[in-house]
Design a protein around this ligand. Structure first.
Ligand SMILES: [Zn+2]
Length: 87
């Protein structure tokens, strides 16, 4: 998906900047974008990964329907899959 964004950005740059000068700018934008996307992807993956490794004992899930504390996908009391994280 971000390839489309960077393609659009490089197209926009090549429209405003003549070709030989637009090339390093496009490359810089590509590098910055890939850095940004990697950081965002790492952050998205890192949150459940860190809670799974470090937070499983200290973090608890509470059912949003009846408030039962449980660590399952669905509430054992009412079967609701809606839950919130509490400590
Ligand atoms: Zn419940």
């Amino acid at each position: 998906m971000w390839i489309g964004i960077s393609l659009g950005i490089s197209l926009a740059i090549s429209l405003f900047v003549p070709f030989p000068y637009s090339l390093p700018i496009i490359m810089a934008v590509f590098i910055l974008l890939s850095f940004y996307m990697r950081k965002r992807a790492l952050r998205r993956m890192g949150i459940p990964g860190t809670t799974g490794m470090f937070g499983s004992s200290s973090l608890s899930y509470y059912c949003m329907t009846c408030g039962t504390k449980h660590n399952q996908a669905a509430c054992p009391k009412c079967g609701s899959k809606m839950k919130r994280v509490g400590s």
